[in-house]
Design a protein around this ligand. Structure first.
Ligand code: RP5
Length: 167
């Protein structure tokens, strides 16, 4: 599934369809900011060959940033990062057994040499992964930089407009 008609610049991948409930929040942000993206299920454990192929082929297809969400023994972001020099942002999905602490530690505790930018567990991490991917692309895209500035201004104004939490 391609997010927009333009060639995707961000690859949003997840270990299972069950991760979509979380990862949809990254895709919502990318869509709102007009960032061309694609969405794929790629499992480190169930489809390891696909994982390698995805990581190896992504740069030639124009992907500039990968967002990878996974839960439990969450190897997907680290393995993708091991197979490509593209920046990889990892989103720890909130697992049922350990509430996402397993996902968080699996993604954050990369040994030195292969970085994964690790976000917060769950929805906040997915939203921020979308924003971070957009920020990277905005370094050489003034239109996207303006869209990001507008996003921030809007959220600032929303707080200022409702100072009373009971309202
Ligand atoms: C991980 O295992 C996935 O990222 C998912 O969060 C978790 C559970 O997967 P399912 O059993 O729901 O497919 O690989």
């Amino acid at each position: 599934m391609t997010g927009t008609a333009a060639a995707p610049k961000v690859g949003v991948v997840m270990g299972s369809r069950s991760d979509w409930e979380t990862m949809t929040h990254a895709v919502e942000v990318l869509t709102e900011l007009g960032v061309p993206h694609e969405v794929r299920v790629v499992s480190a454990h169930r489809t390891p060959d696909l994982l390698f192929r995805y990581a190896e082929e992504a740069p030639a297809r124009g992907i500039e940033v990968i967002i990878a969400g996974a839960g439990g023994a969450a190897h997907l972001p680290g393995m993708l990062a091991a197979k490509t020099r593209l920046p990889v942002f990892g989103v720890p999905v909130q697992s049922k057994a350990l509430n996402g602490m397993d996902s968080l530690l699996s993604i954050a505790q990369m040994p030195a040499g292969i970085p994964v930018g690790t976000l917060a567990i769950g929805r906040a991490g997915a939203v921020n992964a979308g924003l971070l991917a957009a920020a990277v692309l905005a370094l050489h895209d003034p239109q996207l930089a303006a869209a990001l500035d507008a996003f921030r201004a809007k959220q600032t104004q929303a707080v200022l407009d409702q100072p009373d939490p009971r309202a």
